[in-house]
Write a protein that binds this ligand. Structure first.
Ligand code: PLP
Length: 395
């Protein structure tokens, strides 16, 4: 294997061989959940209690456990990560006709959540090293396209207020948040973290999603831990937390029997049965993260010395959850990405490219954007490889 590893034309079979030595010869998915703890026990307990829906002790416990783990002062569970992000944006002040800076290199949910606020995604670039928002280019870009009017950052071309900036921690790798916080301060933007992929990732000791004014987590089936479908809003601000709870539960005023709702609210509350699963999953989180890190190390043994491939790795001062293991091909190799995908998928190993860039998707084609040089380059060179942690090689 090592003899061929520096030869470009052999890359597809090299990658295939590495995956085989690391995960074994059986077919594997990209990311499959594992239920090894109290999942069945809590689900059964939830069923027997009959509290399977929007109230119950597991929702409260899940929120408390999330606070304990992330050190967020408040966590509000939601039906999915997209709805959590929607609320996180509203709480951060995003309203109709605002623009919101988001990476084009992200899952569509980031742009959708902005659209749900009747706001407009404004796409910005990422850095090659973190795959997250590139604060240097964004700082310069804003100095060219915006001006401060009455304490608002106004896009001089569109006349719209740029309200917020939404760093997304790609595949669990932390964005350089200090740079983002400086942008937010100098340009008067609120920071909303899309931490959907980064439960278990820390930026200089702070959990992702707790650094901005609000943040959103996801517990979809393919994420680090799952509640089936689910998400959570994180914030350290008591007023925002109360408001999050209020508008995710139909904006109903607390009363024993009357149905008074003081605004148009959302039915975004996580059901108790999903939270039951989440409580058990959270108990396994440190074990899952340990296994993910050891999977990364196993891949690194093989990929670490190949000049045509970079195995994506956490930056100094940050801790990645290693949600999805990621190969970044050298520029010279982007033309063989699809062949690598072909060879590995034909062998039963689920691998896939990164998402289509959001600014190229039909609903977002007309949205404002900066130069997206790095995003466009990275999109052609990224391959996610099997990242589940249940495999026997780890035990
Ligand atoms: C998963 C994900 C979300 C939220 O997804 P849901 O499926 O709604 O839980 C949001 N943003 C990103 C970047 C994601 O990967």
């Amino acid at each position: 294997m090592s003899a061929s590893s520096s030869d470009r034309s052999d890359l597809p079979s090299f990658v295939n061989d590495v995956i085989k030595s690391v995960v074994g010869s059986e077919p594997v998915g990209l990311h499959e959940p594992s239920f090894k703890g109290n999942e069945e026990k809590y689900l059964l307990e939830c069923l027997q209690s009959t509290y399977v829906s929007s109230v119950g002790k597991f929702v409260d416990k899940f929120e408390n456990d999330l606070c304990d783990y992330t050190k967020s002062k408040y966590a509000i569970a939601a039906v999915n990560g997209t709805s959590a992000l929607h609320i996180a944006l509203l709480l951060a002040g995003v309203s109709k006709n605002n623009e919101v800076l988001i990476p084009s290199l992200s899952f569509v949910a980031t742009a959708n959540a902005v659209s749900y606020c009747d706001a407009i995604p404004h796409f910005v670039d990422v850095s090659e090293n973190t795959m997250g928002m590139s604060h240097e280019t964004i700082y310069d870009y804003l100095s060219q396209i915006s001006e401060q009017i009455n304490g608002n950052c106004v896009n001089t071309k569109t006349g719209r207020i740029i309200k917020s900036i939404v760093p997304m921690h790609t595949f669990g790798n932390c964005v350089e948040m200090d740079g983002i916080l400086k942008i937010a301060k100098d340009y008067n933007l609120s920071v909303v973290e899309d931490a959907a992929e980064s439960l278990g990732s820390f930026y200089y000791g702070r959990h992702t999603g707790t650094i901005g004014i609000t943040g959103a987590l996801s517990f979809n089936g393919n994420k680090t831990i799952t509640t089936g479908g689910g998400g959570a809003i994180l914030t350290n601000n008591k007023n925002l937390a109360e408001r999050a709870k209020h508008i995710t539960t139909t904006a109903k005023l607390p009363h024993k029997w009357s149905f008074k709702h003081d605004e148009v609210g959302f039915n975004y509350r996580m059901p108790n049965i999903n939270a039951a699963l989440g409580c058990a999953q959270l108990e396994n989180l440190s074990e899952i993260l340990k296994n993910k890190r050891s999977l990364f190390k196993n891949y690194k043994k093989f990929f670490g010395h190949n000049k045509n491939i970079r195995l994506f790795e956490e930056q100094k001062g940050t801790k990645s959850n290693y949600w999805l293991q990621t190969l970044v091909l050298d520029n010279s190799c982007s033309n063989i990405r699809d062949e690598i995908l072909n060879v590995t998928n034909s062998s039963g190993y689920t691998t896939r490219p990164i998402w289509d860039l959001l600014h190229t998707l039909e609903p977002f084609k007309g949205c404002p954007r900066s130069s997206l040089m790095n995003s466009e380059s990275l999109e052609k060179r990224i391959i996610n490889i099997p990242s589940s942690t249940y495999n026997s090689h780890l035990s």
